[in-house]
Design a protein around this ligand. Structure first.
Ligand SMILES: [Zn+2]
Length: 97
């Protein structure tokens, strides 16, 4: 298989891998941010002024995730799993191994 497409457009599996990577970075970023936040809540030391930025951040991450975590070909939303052999519509191959 040729990784360089003459059209310059990434193939569906390539685009899926890119989206998968962005989704993992997002999840890791949220984990890094939310861990101290959860500790602060547990210790009852979370300042009230932090509540709105945190809610905005979580909502933003959810919106981004909903936009990103779709089949590159038919735009159907993917589920909770990281790995998909075929898309939810069952048409496109997302992972070529
Ligand atoms: Zn699809």
């Amino acid at each position: 298989m040729n990784p360089v497409q003459p059209t310059g457009k990434p193939s569906v599996p390539e685009e899926f891998r890119a989206r998968q990577r962005r989704q993992k970075i997002l999840a890791f970023g949220l984990f890094v941010v939310m861990t101290p936040v959860l500790v602060a809540i547990k210790l009852r030391r979370l300042s009230i002024s932090w509540v709105i930025p945190i809610v905005v951040l979580i909502l933003g991450a959810m919106v981004y995730s909903l936009k990103n975590w779709r089949c590159p070909a038919c735009q159907k939303v993917l589920g909770r799993s990281w790995n998909y052999q075929i898309c939810p519509a069952g048409k496109e191959t997302l992972e070529n191994r």
